[in-house]
Write a protein that binds this ligand. Structure first.
Ligand code: HEC
Ligand code: HEC
Ligand code: HEC
Length: 292
């Protein structure tokens, strides 16, 4: 082996290492930039963004969700959502005769109130679709109507709700008839002062039901005035009720999408020039040679 030969070979070896180092450097820098681009500072708080933000990328899950019991967990009482007949029927239970009827467009119940006297109440919300539907009455208005909702979803927005109670008078959706939903093991008239009465704490939507049946529920109970101003970001059990607030996920997924769209654009433009992978390799080699 003569000297010139070995000099040439070690030169080739050096060039190989320089190119390899360059390639590793470029890949590493690319990775770091991508990584930086795809992260957010860890002091950023996650917030609720609403189902519309999810649908864009998760159409399949959204299709499964729409119309499901989770989607229909709660609703405003309207002709479309109320399943029961409000046709003047009377329902007797342990000496109390309640009456369900319409007042124009309003769904009404005349029944025993917290004071033991009969009153008219407007049904504002429905709960569930099958095998039963329950009906809710707002007993006290909210503490204040100034609290703004945590909703930035563009959904129907709701003013904060005051004390909402769930009637025990319920609709059997299979047999299409009214029935009185007794608490387990109670076989007598429930006194209006009893916590089990429909106006009592056990039938309080704010305290006993809302958390599981809507998304991002804030009870907002004010112990001084003893009033609620309960809010939610979505009336039903929506995506973020189970998956948690999605703002960061959406932000990161969108950045990732931009990055992959960008890479795809690169590939597409390569394709547009009708380059095969081999031709692309050859082109790269030429670029590197010319650069040296
Ligand atoms: C810009 C597109 C985009 C949006 C908007 C988006 N996601 Fe995703 N999501 C993705 C991608 C991509 C994945 C797969 C991520 C992966 O495999 O690392 C994913 C994965 C998930 C997963 C599965 C996670 C796992 O560990 O397997 C859940 C759950 C999810 N998303 C929920 C949501 C919810 C809820 C919303 C709305 C608040 C939402 N996504 C909005 C793109 C999106
Ligand atoms: C700990 C969570 C939780 C609480 C609290 C809760 N529920 Fe539920 N509720 C559920 C779950 C989960 C289902 C679905 C269960 C099933 O289908 O067997 C359900 C189903 C229902 C249904 C049937 C809905 C349908 O069509 O699928 C009604 C009506 C209902 N609940 C009313 C209430 C009322 C009224 C309260 C408060 C007094 C309440 N729930 C409190 C979790 C809860
Ligand atoms: C009642 C709770 C609940 C609701 C509401 C819900 N999810 Fe899920 N989701 C789950 C669970 C649990 C899994 C895991 C399922 C599994 O591993 O098979 C899941 C899985 C997913 C996944 C991962 C892919 C998959 O199929 O396993 C995505 C994406 C997702 N959900 C998006 C959504 C979106 C978007 C919505 C609203 C339109 C939504 N989810 C509503 C509980 C829920």
């Amino acid at each position: 082996m003569d000297d010139a030969d070995s000099v040439q070979r070690s030169g080739a070896r050096n060039r190989f290492w320089i190119v390899a180092a360059l390639v590793v450097g470029v890949v590493l820098a690319g990775y770091l930039i991508a990584d930086w681009y795809q992260t957010v500072p860890d002091n950023v708080e996650r917030s609720f963004v609403g189902r519309e933000s999810c649908v864009a990328c998760h159409q399949e899950q959204a299709d499964l969700f729409y119309g499901s019991h989770h989607d229909l967990a709660m609703d405003v009482a309207t002709k479309e959502t109320v399943l029961a007949d409000f046709d003047g029927q009377q329902i007797e239970h342990f000496g109390i005769t309640s009456r369900v009827f319409m007042d124009g467009e309003r769904f009404m119940v005349n029944t025993e109130g917290p004071d033991g006297l009969m009153h008219d109440y407007e049904v504002k919300f429905v709960f569930g679709v099958t095998p039963l539907q329950q009906y809710m009455v707002e007993l006290d208005g909210p503490r204040t109507s100034q609290v703004s909702l945590e909703s930035n979803t563009g959904n129907k927005t709701f003013a904060p709700l005051g004390r909402v109670q769930v009637l025990r008078l319920s609709w059997d959706t299979n047999n299409k008839k009214w029935f009185y939903l007794s608490p387990p093991d109670v076989d007598e008239k429930i006194d209006p002062t009893d916590p089990l009465h429909w106006t009592g704490i056990t039938q309080s939507w704010n305290a006993s039901c809302a958390e599981c049946h809507s998304t991002n529920v804030r009870k907002n109970f004010d112990p001084l005035s003893r009033k609620y101003s309960t809010t939610f970001s979505e009336i039903d059990v929506s995506c973020e009720a189970c998956h948690g607030p999605g703002s960061l996920h959406v932000e990161l997924a969108e950045q990732k999408k931009k990055l992959s769209d960008f890479l795809q654009m690169g590939l597409d433009s390569g394709e547009a020039q009708d380059m095969t992978l081999e031709e692309f390799g050859g082109w790269m080699t030429r670029v590197i040679k010319e650069a040296r």
